[in-house]
Design a protein around this ligand. Structure first.
Ligand code: UDP
Length: 147
């Protein structure tokens, strides 16, 4: 189907969601999954993963060279993440809306980051979840984490 009158493209999508090490350590996996399932998205695959540096450098390749890159990789190495293949109509933008904006201190209440996250000592990287930002990233990231 083509775009609707608001220019929105419909159709079933898959996205990669990660519950990052802070979410796993704080035992928020169930609370986060409950929000995702309550929204109506389908958990098509799920596993606990301890990623290695090579996986993370590929996953975050667009951020290589930025000042937060190394602290981000170190944080993501600090413990396991829950990797989820999530499916649904427009799930890519839908999950990012559910997650909230990047900085958990200012993410809107009602979102995962806004309700459950905050800045633990200027560590913006600890924002509980990751969600792919486009169909291209989703395909690339799903291939990495569910190889
Ligand atoms: N990040 C950070 N400092 C910044 C920007 C981003 O530590 O100034 C981390 C944060 O964990 C974020 C991830 O890098 O989730 C990827 O950044 P992106 O801009 O893609 O944010 P997202 O799409 O996850 O909201």
């Amino acid at each position: 189907a083509g775009p609707d009158r608001l220019g929105r493209l419909g159709g079933m999508q898959s996205t990669l969601v990660l519950i990052k090490p802070d979410g796993v350590k704080r035992q928020l996996t169930g609370a986060i999954l409950a929000r995702i399932e309550a929204k109506g998205y389908v958990v098509a695959d799920l596993k606990l993963v301890q990623p290695d540096r090579a996986l993370l450098e590929e996953h975050y390749e667009e951020h290589q060279g930025k000042p937060f890159f190394e602290p981000l990789v170190e944080f993501m190495l600090s413990g396991p993440s829950v990797a989820i293949r999530l499916e649904g109509d427009r799930v890519i933008e839908g999950f990012r809306s559910l997650a909230g904006t990047t900085d958990p201190t200012t993410a809107a209440p009602g979102t995962i980051r806004g309700d459950l996250g905050r800045d633990w000592g200027l560590k913006v990287q600890q924002n509980l979840v990751h969600g792919s930002d486009s169909e291209e990233s989703a395909a690339r990231e799903l291939a990495l984490w569910f190889a």
